[in-house]
Design a protein around this ligand. Structure first.
Ligand code: ATP
Ligand code: MN
Length: 478
């Protein structure tokens, strides 16, 4: 078994006229003679040439789309166009048959919606092969980036008792028989008797625990699953997604923005360099998709140009207040084209507003800072104006918010006062407040939604197509 060579290596091989063993799944079989075989190591197939006159017809019949094969043959320079090398088969073994009448993946174009319904097989398509190789590469790049900078990878808990952050609706975690949970005397569910002796939920963010780590290790990051029971059927929200949350001691908002921008550019640069073939394929796929749209909605730039543009340009930095002024004066606002009109200072920005700023006004990634404190979390550092906090959101073309972060409130009194104002129980977060009691210091951090980054880099329009098995309202298949 170990003698097999992966197709990527074969296609890059300098040597020919050697005997090789290749294993993979049949994509197509033409003229009883040419098998396109793929093993997922690369987007490209290797061509297997079959000597059909000297091959058992019963074996030929079993070479169908989707079948798993093991082929021994000679790697030779290809006579045909389109490939440098091919394998002249000497021996073909069908490891697993695939009934062409029943196999759902025909060698033709399938819609992304249909492929989502057969997510267990969609890895076998060019598009999803490319997406998941890029996703893999990006996650490696995340670790490399932080590792090179001396950050400590900290695993924060997935089950927690705090939803104090208010980042989103949580999923409850319980061991109770839901039909008959134990009750207290007043009839409430008695969580004291539950597994953890209290009500618990799946984490919506590892930030608060991440801060505890940073208050000793200086620079940490988390990279793990995050859960939000958001009943929003958008192309940018999942119920289960992966988030990267760095937290840095002795950083202010400026340092935080610099790190985030450097990080995003590093990730983009990494895949452009290391996943060139897949990105090229995805870029063409997107261009094809764009052609289906009416002329005025088409993007003028290719995926690769977009990625390169982000690398080459500074992100536009401005305050929330400046952004509101731009939006108020904007044509879609004046002509009442926005679904939510921007009337005054203080309202949260909708994704249509974020996209206007990024795609129409600045035409590049934007970092918005200093949001009104009312629309941001309790832990963000309060500015002297008494109205705004040191928050930053990074907005990307086609995506909207990709990063949310802030400098944290390190002053105990200010923090407690804000928690009280917002009705957040200080007793429950005693451990969080301890960091402000003992050796508090300025610090900052941010959260990057990993799938939104994969979406941006692959050009996939729907977040459900960049995670192997998406979790969203009314769906937990596979
Ligand atoms: P949004 O306004 O888009 O819902 P948010 O303000 O809830 O985002 P944060 O709580 O700041 O987002 O989370 C940090 C990052 O996590 C976001 O910038 C985004 O990239 C990502 N993110 C948030 N919610 C989801 C989700 N449901 N699915 C996928 N990624 C998400
Ligand atoms: Mn949200």
């Amino acid at each position: 078994m170990s003698q097999r060579t992966k197709i990527k290596a074969l296609l890059e091989s300098e040597q020919t006229n050697i005997e090789v063993t290749v294993k993979g799944w049949v994509r197509t079989f033409r003229n009883n003679q040419f098998i396109a075989l793929n093993d997922g190591s690369t987007n490209s197939n290797i061509q297997i040439v079959v000597d059909f006159e000297n091959t058992d017809p019963n074996l030929l019949k079993r070479i169908t789309t989707g079948a798993a094969l093991s082929v021994v043959g000679e790697l030779v320079a290809s006579l045909g166009k389109g490939q440098k090398v091919e394998v002249k088969a000497k021996q073909i073994e069908v490891l697993g048959d695939s009934d062409p009448e029943k196999y759902p993946l025909q060698p033709k174009k399938h819609s992304l919606e249909f492929l989502r319904e057969i997510a267990h097989l969609r890895f076998r398509t060019n598009t999803f092969g490319a997406v998941f190789r890029v996703r893999n590469s990006l996650s490696y790049a995340v670790h490399t980036f932080f590792h090179e900078r001396g950050f400590v990878y900290l695993h924060t808990p997935i089950i927690t008792a705090s939803d104090a952050e208010g980042a989103g609706e949580t999923f409850h975690v319980t061991n109770f028989d839901l039909a008959y949970p134990p009750r207290t005397e007043n009839g409430d569910v008695d969580f004291k008797q539950d597994f953890f002796g209290r009500a618990t939920n799946l984490t919506v963010s590892g930030q608060l625990e991440g801060e505890l780590g940073a208050m000793a290790l200086s620079d940490i990051y988390t990279f793990g699953p995050t859960f939000r029971a958001e009943n929003s059927n958008t192309t940018r929200h999942l119920a289960e997604f992966w988030m990267i949350e760095p937290e840095m001691a002795f950083y202010d908002l400026e340092d935080n923005m610099n790190l985030a921008e450097e990080f995003l550019k590093y990730l983009i640069g990494y895949v452009l360099k290391n996943n060139a073939e897949d990105i090229e394929f995805l870029s063409q796929r997107l261009a094809e998709e764009e052609k289906q749209k009416p002329q005025n909605e088409r993007s003028e730039t290719t995926l690769i140009e977009k990625l390169q543009f982000c690398l080459d340009n500074d992100f536009q930095r401005l305050t929330y207040t400046e952004a509101i002024d731009i939006l108020k004066e904007s044509t879609p606002n004046k002509k009442k084209k926005f679904t939510y009109l921007v009337e005054g200072w203080g309202t949260d920005l909708q994704s249509e507003h974020e996209r206007y700023l990024v795609e129409k006004h600045f035409k590049k990634p934007v970092i918005l800072t200093d949001y009104p404190k009312e629309i941001k979390a309790f832990y963000m550092r309060q500015n002297d104006d008494g109205k705004t906090v040191r928050a930053m959101d990074i907005l990307f073309p086609g995506i909207g918010e990709i990063v949310g972060g802030s400098q944290r409130e390190e002053r105990l009194e200010k923090l407690e006062q804000r928690m009280t104002e917002m009705g957040i129980p200080t007793e429950e977060l005693w451990w969080y407040l301890d960091t402000r009691r003992f050796g508090s210091c300025p610090h900052a951090g941010f959260g990057l939604g990993f799938e939104r980054m994969v979406q941006f880099v692959t050009g996939m329009g729907n977040i459900r197509d960049v995670i192997p098995f998406p979790r969203f309202p009314k769906n937990a298949e596979f």
